[in-house]
Design a protein around this ligand. Structure first.
Ligand code: FES
Ligand code: FES
Length: 170
């Protein structure tokens, strides 16, 4: 089947077998290896990507279901060589060890933080409950997500202040 999928803002047209899973489409057809396959059975969350802004386990979605849709993978977080706050915070707060779960963790965290930046520990733990990390435990992951939330809120506030200054100059 011929499908057209927009991934990280770029449109791709590809020929896929109807049984191809989205994660394999991303990894093998598009060479976007960020989404990992940890279990293939919808348990671990390492394959999490956003489909039309919502987190999905891409081992559980067929590539053809993404036809005409928008996908965001972990490769779409960094912009112009600058890490997204969620990436920066995982690094600074030691939110990863082997890194296998990290792309999925980052996408789940990003999706949570886009909606609300000042998340409680309970909200974060609930929000990432579909993502399993076998290395770190979750303490540093929670800290990283809280830190990213603070950075995102500060950035938002700064942008708001700047637009008010520009607005008052007119
Ligand atoms: S590989 Fe998709 S949930 Fe584990
Ligand atoms: S850092 Fe190794 S599985 Fe999470």
């Amino acid at each position: 089947m011929r499908i057209t999928v927009t991934v990280n803002g770029r449109e791709y047209e590809s020929e896929v077998e109807p049984r191809t899973l989205l994660v394999y489409y991303l990894r093998e057809h598009l060479e976007l290896k960020g989404a990992h396959v940890g279990c293939d059975t919808t348990n671990c969350g390492a394959c999490t990507v956003l489909l039309n802004g919502k987190p999905v386990k891409s081992c559980t979605v067929l590539a053809v279901q993404a036809n005409g849709q928008q996908v965001m993978t972990v490769e779409g977080l960094e912009q112009d060589g600058v890490l997204h706050p969620v990436q920066q915070s995982f690094w600074e707060e030691h939110g990863l060890q082997c890194g296998y779960c990290t792309p999925g963790m980052l996408m789940s965290a990003y999706s949570l933080l886009e909606k609300k930046q000042d998340l409680t520990e309970e909200e974060i733990r609930k929000g990432i409950s579909g993502n399993i990390c076998r290395c770190t435990g979750y303490v540093n992951i929670v800290k990283a997500i809280q830190s990213a939330g603070r950075q995102m809120a500060e950035k938002k506030q700064l942008e708001q202040n700047q637009s008010e200054v520009i607005g008052s100059g007119n």
